[in-house]
Design a protein. Structure first.
Length: 236
């Protein structure tokens, strides 16, 4: 299995995804929120690139969720905090979600044969799903403001670690993937601290969103792997 890791959505081009399985990572916070929503019984999550597109996609009974620059969008039902997406709120609901980086990364990967969303919350389950799909893999770290975000690299390294364990054939990585695997192995006992010290983590702390970092740093608490079916992410 060949695995390429892309450092940010700005570095991604659609050609890189052809005939591959794409794994999209935005730990703080889009893919953590998506995984939580699906695990909480949401019918699906529809990723929208813009606020205007999200509003246009909304139908009766849908929930609008998302953020711009880490803040909930005015008039939306939900922000981008996993703790908002409880079973009581989202079960059986279609959620239209737009975020600064994560949903844009999903749209960038739509030429892939399969698109999975990963976070620290479901990394092992996502790696297992990728192995079962029997395609080469492109891991796209969404990043922050078109730049690499350390929490996404940690998660990419975690997924790579699981791929090495679960894949029955050799896993061959590009150089950036090897670096992210090394990052994870070096910081695996300090994940939360590393996230809080990153650029995105520091920004969330300044906004009083420490609980979001804590929620997004839990390890493998879900077996759900949201997968893109048409224009919506559903349970694997």
């Amino acid at each position: 299995m060949q695995v390429q890791v892309i450092s940010s959505v700005n570095e991604a081009s659609t050609a890189k995804f052809h005939h591959k399985t794409a794994i999209i990572i935005d730990v703080l916070r889009a893919t953590s929120t998506i995984v939580t929503a699906i695990a909480s019984g949401a019918l699906c999550v529809v990723p929208a690139e813009t606020v205007m597109e999200a509003r246009a996609l909304q139908r009766a009974g849908d929930l609008l969720g998302g953020e711009r620059f880490c803040r909930k969008i005015a008039g939306f039902d939900l922000g981008n905090s996993p703790e908002e997406y409880t079973e009581q709120v989202v079960a059986g609901k279609r959620i239209i979600l737009t975020t600064t980086n994560g949903t844009r990364a999903i749209h960038k990967s739509m030429r892939a044969d399969h698109v999975l969303t990963a976070s620290l919350l479901n990394a092992e389950a996502c790696a297992r799903a990728a192995v079962e799909l029997r395609r080469d893999v492109v891991i796209l770290c969404a990043g922050s403001h078109d730049e690499f975000a350390i929490e996404d690299g940690l998660c990419a390294g975690f997924v790579l670690e699981k791929l090495h364990i679960l894949c029955p054939v050799a896993v061959e990585m590009d150089d950036f993937g090897s670096a992210m695997l090394g990052l994870y192995r070096n910081r695996s006992t300090q994940i939360r601290e590393t996230m809080m010290n990153g650029i995105t983590g520091r920004k969330l702390l300044k906004l009083g969103l420490r609980k979001d970092i804590e929620a997004c740093s839990s390890i493998d608490i879900y077996q759900d792997v949201p997968r893109l079916n048409g224009d919506q992410l559903t349970r694997n």
